[in-house]
Design a protein around this ligand. Structure first.
Ligand code: 4AZ
Length: 324
């Protein structure tokens, strides 16, 4: 549940050392793989602005006293995920932003797949945490961030599911979160293996009763679980706030928001997500839409980028479909 940015300080050492280069063969995130460039264009990275500023201004040094290059700012500042549901509104988890008093302290990175290469850092003007967010049981783990400007190409919006997804639906979760979880080291289960390139993994939607059986009845109607009884594929720390998505009518729509879990990718402990269709009324009250290219409100820009990206989406879809 804790943002991962502090762990990245340790990662820094690994990242710059020659050992880190040979560690490139490390297993990919909890059962996933790197996304193709531009494959999940609605995905947002939440950045700690102070970290970005320090690195960009050339005043941040690593443990050896070397100045951290500016192109690593997004990588070290990223602490959570999110998704663009209109060009102006980012959906994320309440637990990602409930401790941020000033929206100016966070930036929303749009249009990025590789944190070291591209993306646009957007100013956040407003953080709206759901009034029913309950950190004690993780209920209503949902928040909206308003951007100062509309996100533009190559960023794209994603619509929300407005009805419960069918159990067994194959869903994809993406994020820049931890790629390893080592339960044999309970004091330090999260390795410092964070990717620069967005990772993706497919997990099936799990029945509420199945999930409640392993979480002792703690799964509310505002939550949805995904994963395998035997674990192996999951979201993890740093992925929080990011989208769980599935195809509906040939379009990817968002089912859930990465929220919590008992560890990551462990047997009998599914990933738990905020069930976004329970919040369509709340979302619409701010954004005027449940996202994507339809609807009103601030969505004009979102629609425009969606149309512009149609050929790219088609290309990516065909590549994925036929493994070109
Ligand atoms: C976390 O700590 C976290 N396996 C996020 C997702 C999951 C577990 C932990 C799901 O932010």
């Amino acid at each position: 549940m804790k943002p991962a940015s502090s762990l990245r300080v340790f990662l820094l050492l690994l990242f710059i050392s020659p050992i880190a280069q040979s560690a490139e063969i490390q297993p990919r995130i909890i059962g996933g793989q790197p996304a193709d460039n531009g494959e999940w264009p609605a995905t947002v990275g939440l950045l700690t602005k102070a970290t970005v500023d320090a690195i960009v201004s050339g005043t941040a040094v690593d443990a050896n006293g070397n100045i951290i290059p500016a192109n690593q700012a997004n990588f070290f500042a990223q602490f959570c995920g999110g998704s663009l549901i209109t060009a102006k509104w980012v959906l994320t988890a309440a637990h990602c932003v409930d401790n941020i008093n000033n929206p100016a302290d966070v930036l929303a990175l749009t249009g990025a797949t590789d944190l070291l290469v591209a993306g646009t850092r957007m100013v956040v003007t407003n953080i709206i945490v759901h009034p029913n967010w309950n950190p004690a049981n993780n209920d209503s783990d949902i928040a909206l961030l308003e951007l100062a400007q509309n996100a533009t190409t190559p960023a794209q919006t994603i619509p929300l599911f407005v009805a419960d997804p069918v159990v067994g639906t194959t869903a994809t979760v993406v994020g820049w979160g931890a790629r390893n979880f080592d339960n044999s080291d309970p004091l330090n289960p999260i390795s410092n293996d964070f990717p620069a390139i967005l990772e993706e993994v497919e997990v099936p939607v799990v029945a509420q009763s199945t999930c409640n059986a392993v979480y002792g009845g703690g799964i509310t109607n505002n939550m949805i679980c995904a994963g395998f009884s035997f674990g192996t594929k999951d979201s993890c720390q740093g992925d929080s706030g990011g989208p769980l998505m599935a195809l509906q009518g040939g379009l990817y729509k968002q089912i859930g928001i990465v929220s919590f879990g008992s560890g990551c990718a462990l047997p009998d402990a599914y990933g738990v997500y905020t069930r976004v269709d329970e919040f369509s009324g709340w979302v619409t009250s701010f954004t005027g839409t449940t996202g994507g290219s339809s609807g009103g409100g601030d969505d004009g820009g979102g629609g425009a980028i969606s149309w512009l990206l149609l050929p790219l989406s088609l290309f990516v879809f065909l590549r994925r479909r036929f493994r070109l």
